[in-house]
Write a protein that binds this ligand. Structure first.
Ligand code: V07
Length: 241
């Protein structure tokens, strides 16, 4: 009998969903159609990741730098979580998937925050995969915020300077609630760009990278399987020999 090798499935997969606007432009469609199609790709990939036994799937939906886009597009993007949950919460419930969000609340419209909190509340008892959206997220801001909180604790004599270690810093990151899966095992980026773009800087310290030429709306469950196969064939060393 063949034994299933679960260690070969990455526990925490993170994806930079790039190429939605470009996909739309290639089709001569408005950019928002690309974002709309991108949402269908989120559905496909979430379903497959959950079937494969991934514990946490983090999706980079909106970076702190994305505010520099045209106001119209920013406004449209801010509505997407609302649309996403209106459509997909029943499916997430059915698949026992829990919703989580990491990012900064500032500048996010109240109605968007409300929709996200509602979905987190609705799915909080689900025990399967965590679908974690990085929304208004930036890696350097996260590190700055953690540093400030730690400095404050030292100043208030709540902790000693020598209590600061990797585990304490990790506990002040936005990913703390994902414990024990805070670290990314496998980072995927679509649309041919090969850079990290301020995404989970601390958490990607030892992750394996996978770059696909496909634009995000072209991503399917089978493409995820292809990436997972590539992961399986790698030897992770965490800096050791
Ligand atoms: C967005 C669709 C997917 C491709 C990337 C760009 C467009 C889902 C969300 C979302 C965010 C937070 C949340 C629930 C869902 C989303 C943005 C863009 C900004 F709690 N898709 N999606 N957010 N796109």
């Amino acid at each position: 009998m063949e034994l299933e090798n679960n260690t070969a499935v990455p526990e925490h997969v993170a994806i930079i969903m790039d190429g939605n606007g470009r996909w739309a432009e290639q089709q001569g469609q408005p950019r928002k159609n690309g974002h709309e199609e991108g949402m269908e790709a989120v559905r496909r990939v979430t379903k497959r990741a959950s079937e494969r036994g991934v514990k946490v799937l983090t999706l980079y939906a909106f970076s702190t730098e994305n505010w520099k886009r045209p106001p119209q597009e920013v406004h449209f993007l801010m509505q997407l979580p609302i649309r996403f949950f209106d459509r997909f919460v029943p499916e997430l419930q059915e698949k026992n998937i829990r919703v989580n969000m990491i990012g900064f609340e500032d500048k996010v419209p109240g109605s968007t925050k409300k929709a996200i909190l509602k979905a987190m509340e609705q799915t909080k008892h689900n025990t399967g995969m965590i679908l974690n959206f990085a929304f208004n997220y930036g890696g350097r801001s996260e590190i700055v915020q953690a540093t400030k909180r730690i400095a404050e604790k030292v100043a208030n004599n709540e902790i000693d300077l020598n209590d600061i270690n990797e585990s304490l810093v990790e506990g002040h990151m936005l990913t703390h609630s994902l414990e024990p899966y805070q670290n990314v095992d496998f980072l995927i980026r679509s649309s041919g760009e090969q850079r990290l773009s301020n995404f989970l800087l601390w958490q990607n310290a030892y992750s394996e990278f996978y770059f696909s030429e496909l634009l995000w709306p072209e991503f399917t469950g089978d493409v995820l399987d292809e990436a997972l196969l590539s992961y399986k064939n790698r030897k992770r060393r965490y800096g050791a020999l």
